[in-house]
Design a protein around this ligand. Structure first.
Ligand code: PLP
Length: 449
């Protein structure tokens, strides 16, 4: 690298347009401008301000359809797909889930409330949570079709607080801790390993099943989740075997429910392309369940597929405007108006991202840049050392794979206000969430007197 920082090395050869497959499926470069669903991103940024979040309806539809078609060809019994509310939930997204007949996984009463606001019917609401509060449980008993019980203490609380003699309880599934994790980029995105905080061991599952029998509780399924954003489905097989062993021991009859979870991956960076294949994920799960139930003479369960972020991550794009640019030796800081408050994933666990310049997506990469936000934290960084064309103050950058765990994990740190969100369709850009205001920040404040 020269002192100016302008010295293309081996990794910077060529342009950055090979990043397009990270973006929604309708993304194009037209006259060297980035468009999604036919909308020019710089026009949207002018109109709605930045940071701005865009969701491409066609990509959301395509991912839901890919899982449903794979299930239709690979799994001979009934099956459905669950949307992970924790990835991104609001009224519009909840409404969208029902266009595809999806179940919605809600963690606690807040997400149940959002699902209800989007008219998700109670039978499609699944309630998860590792330490559900009393109000979580009360809301779940009232509004959910299924509670996924995480531990024996929770099961006892359900039995004591909502005796079957007085309440029509939702179905109960038991969350198994399979003791097998999948390969993820960081320990914080694993959930199935033996020392995880989630779920019950096989022994605890059998105790829970016995308890349900004694108390006449409506137990009808098993769930597990092994980790997030993985692309080798093979560790699912051992966990499915364990789940089926337990189902056989419990003696589940026809119509029982099996939800082998683990969020299938998406590509966040060009090094991770091609995009993981939804059919491969479904094939491994379907074949394991079909073979495993035959071997145990167990009836085929209703399969609840839970592919996590992969339903929505690729559909979302974050658009930031560049402000100051600082060159510190080899380090080039591109300071933008978005950062860790709308996307904490790099700060939390080093998630890697890529991006394109909105007005010059096909430009030659000339230097490695790091994209950092305006907040008062050194960790307020979203991208590190990514080859990019020359950027200037006022330019826009578009960050792909921003659809999951950005806004749902966003904060108001430094008084930042959460961005506006648009749902893009051909010929229509719908504002589905307005930008927060200072009034929103103060809404809960009661003042001193
Ligand atoms: C029960 C359950 N479902 C779904 C998910 C979401 O999976 P992903 O992180 O791949 O979106 C998680 C994540 O921890 C989970 O615990």
């Amino acid at each position: 690298m020269s002192k100016s920082g302008f010295c293309p090395d081996f990794f910077m050869k060529g342009t950055s347009v090979n990043r397009l497959p990270l973006f929604p499926i309708t993304t194009k470069t037209e006259n060297n401008l980035l468009t999604i669903a036919g909308h020019d991103l710089s026009t949207l940024a002018e109109k709605y301000g930045t940071p701005l979040y865009l969701y491409d309806r066609a990509t959301m539809d395509a991912s839901a359809t890919a899982y449903k078609s794979a299930l239709a060809t690979r799994y001979p019994a009934s099956a459905s797909v669950t949307y992970a509310g924790k990835a991104f939930l609001n009224r519009a997204v909840a409404q969208w889930t029902q266009l595809h007949n999806l179940y919605v996984d809600c963690t606690g009463e807040g997400e149940i409330g959002m699902a209800l606001a989007g008219d998700v019917p109670h039978e499609h609401i699944l309630v998860h949570g590792v330490n559900k509060s009393s109000t979580d449980l009360t809301t779940a008993v009232k509004h959910a079709g299924t509670i996924v019980v995480d531990n024996l203490t929770e099961l006892e609380r359900i039995a004591n607080q909502y005796p079957v003699t007085n309440y029509q309880l939702p179905n109960l599934w038991l969350r198994l801790l399979p003791g097998v994790s999948v390969q993820t980029h960081h320990a914080h995105t694993q959930t199935g390993q033996h020392d995880s905080k989630f779920g019950m061991t096989g022994k605890e599952i059998m105790e829970a099943a016995q308890f349900c029998k004694e108390k006449n509780l409506p137990l009808n399924g098993i769930h597990f989740h092994q980790g997030s954003n993985f692309r080798d489905a093979s560790p699912l097989k051992a966990a499915i075997e364990l789940g089926l062993d337990l189902a056989a021991e419990i003696g589940f009859a026809d119509g029982w429910r099996f939800s082998p979870g683990g969020g299938w991956g998406v590509a966040y960076h060009e090094d991770e392309l091609p995009q993981p294949n939804a059919d491969e994920y479904v094939r491994v799960i379907a074949e394991s369940i079909i073979g495993g139930t035959q071997a145990r003479r167990l009836s085929l369960p209703h399969l609840h597929l839970e592919p996590g972020r992969s339903l929505v991550a690729r559909a979302g794009v974050a658009v930031y405007r560049v402000g100051a640019i600082k060159r510190r030796g080899e380090k080039v800081w591109i300071l933008t108006d978005g950062g860790m408050t709308d996307n904490p994933r790099h700060a939390m666990y080093g998630a890697r991202y890529s991006c394109l310049a909105v007005s010059n997506p096909g430009g030659e990469n000339v230097e490695k840049v790091s994209i950092a936000g305006p907040y008062c934290e050194s960790g307020d960084v979203v991208i590190e050392d990514l080859p990019m064309p020359k950027l200037e103050a006022g330019d826009l950058v578009a960050i792909p794979a921003s659809g999951a765990y950005h806004l749902s994990m966003s904060s108001n740190y430094n008084g930042s206000r959460k961005p506006a969100v648009l749902l893009l369709e051909k010929g229509q850009a719908r504002l589905i969430q307005r930008r927060e205001t200072i009034e929103d920040l103060l809404r809960r404040d009661l003042g001193f007197e």
